[in-house]
Design a protein around this ligand. Structure first.
Ligand SMILES: Nc1nc2c(ncn2[C@@H]2O[C@H](COP(=O)(O)OP(=O)(O)OP(=O)(O)O)[C@@H](O)[C@H]2O)c(=O)[nH]1
Ligand SMILES: [Mg+2]
Length: 413
């Protein structure tokens, strides 16, 4: 087994007790990120300064260098983003044997491990190269600290030895590929629109249990729904929700605090599933004391991508870890994805949230109007009908988005 890389975390904070606490909390989160990226945190270093935005002072940097030696650490992770000039300054002090990465790179690394779709892989590679380009040494070759490990993995890793010119042309090719993929995705979405069913998207802080919930919700439904399985984007699955009917469920990449803005932009297409959703399930890990932090991070990302107006159901997951007499939340649903608990309440909440997705409407459909009959069977539910010689007068329930087409096609005398 490969030994985990020994990592030292470094951050800065304003002077004062509350700033310090906040700084330590951020390092806690960074530690979580580093562990998820496969590293082992052996030390944390937080410098309190009057103006933390200037970064770590030279004395502090020397101290970090000392600890690197003492603790036999190969990687220093900065909580603050390192501009290229700062990176070179650190590299001079910490020496060539130490790999220096920052929070953005750790996040990129985690994204790289999670991106499975072609579009996701292309986006990660692009973000990695855009990040790498200004940080290459002026000699035109990759930094000597390059090598396999946290911050260097993913589709971009094969380019670490490339020169700038090649990287630039690769970036251009990737941008073109993304444009094509986005067009394809838009076309797919338009086709999906045609048989519109509600889109439910799971969002939430990283590691709260989104994928577990996704699996539970889809597996159950797929058992009942095997024949209706439609090929969609791999992360989108059709499910059956009691009281609602068919819906699409999407899992998304986990959010983290201070998700870098460039990354948010790079992942826009993937996050389109969030923006397009009819309902968001905001999954929280109820067993963690960091609930507020989880919610803030989610809030920030949703604002960034313009999804804060979408209906949202708070899903307090991992409820099984709490004492049995814990009071249930008023503003959401308590569930345990792992133990299939609380799903009935979740389905009810989803069906309430989707109330205005559907609309009930009386229509008259002539017997010979095959087109409308077909659409009604495919896209609507017949709630009541009264047949006459010429056709059928019926009350249907249909998604709001498809109704105008149906009314246009048929005359209601
Ligand atoms: N006890 C308990 N553990 C859970 C529950 N739901 C998820 N987990 C565990 O929490 C961990 C994270 O679950 P995931 O479903 O991968 O979380 P995620 O939100 O998809 O995480 P990312 O995709 O990494 O952002 C896994 O080890 C799960 O087994 C739950 O309801 N109870
Ligand atoms: Mg997941």
């Amino acid at each position: 087994m490969v030994r985990a890389e020994r990592v030292i975390l470094v951050g800065t904070a304003d002077k004062g007790e509350s700033a310090r606490r906040r700084g330590l909390q951020e390092l806690d989160e960074l530690a979580l990120l580093v562990e998820q990226a496969g590293g082992e945190v052996v030390d944390r270093y937080l410098q309190a300064r009057d103006n933390p935005e200037v970064g770590l002072g030279p004395g502090a940097l020397q101290e970090v260098a000392q600890r690197v030696l003492e603790l036999d650490s190969g990687v220093v992770v900065s909580n603050d983003d390192l501009a290229p000039s700062r990176l070179h300054q650190w590299a001079r002090v910490l020496g060539p044997g130490t790999r220096i990465i920052d929070r953005t790179q750790v996040i990129l690394d985690i994204f790289a491990q999670r991106a499975f779709s072609r579009e996701g892989r292309v986006q990660v590679e692009l973000a990695q190269l855009q990040y790498l380009l200004p940080r290459l040494r002026h000699s035109g070759t990759a930094p000597s600290r390059a090598g396999a490990g946290i911050g260097t993995r993913g589709p971009g890793e094969t380019h670490l030895e490339m020169d700038r010119r090649k990287i630039r042309s690769r970036i251009k090719a990737l941008e073109e590929a993304i444009e094509t993929l986005q067009k394809e995705r838009a076309a797919r979405r338009r086709r999906r629109q045609h048989h519109r069913v509600p889109l439910i998207t799971l969002v939430g802080y990283t590691n709260v249990g989104k994928s577990t919930l996704f699996e539970r919700l889809t597996r159950r439904a797929q058992l009942a729904q095997d024949a209706l399985f439609v090929t969609l984007d791999p992360s989108v699955h059709r499910i059956l929700i009691p009281g609602v009917g068919p819906a699409l469920l999407t899992d998304t990449v986990g959010f983290v605090e201070r998700l870098p803005h460039t990354l948010v932009a790079a992942f826009r297409a993937t996050l389109d599933e969030v923006v397009e959703a009819d309902v968001l399930l905001e999954v929280l890990d109820a067993s963690k004391p960091t609930l507020d932090q989880q919610q803030e991070a989610v809030e920030e990302v949703l604002n960034d991508i313009g999804a804060s107006h979408i209906k949202r159901i708070k899903v307090y997951n991992q409820w099984d870890k709490l004492p049995a007499d814990t009071i249930k939340p008023q503003d959401g649903i308590a569930v345990s994805a792992r133990y299939d608990q609380g799903f009935a309440g979740l389905y009810t909440a989803i069906s309430h949230a989707l109330e205005d997705f559907f609309i009930d409407q009386w229509l008259f459909v002539p017997w010979n109007d095959a087109v409308v009959w077909k659409r009604i069977y495919q896209e609507a539910t017949i709630i009541a009908r009264h047949d006459t010689e010429d056709g059928s007068r019926m009350l249907i329930r249909a998604p709001r988005a498809v109704l105008p087409g149906l009314i246009h096609l048929s005359d209601d005398p």
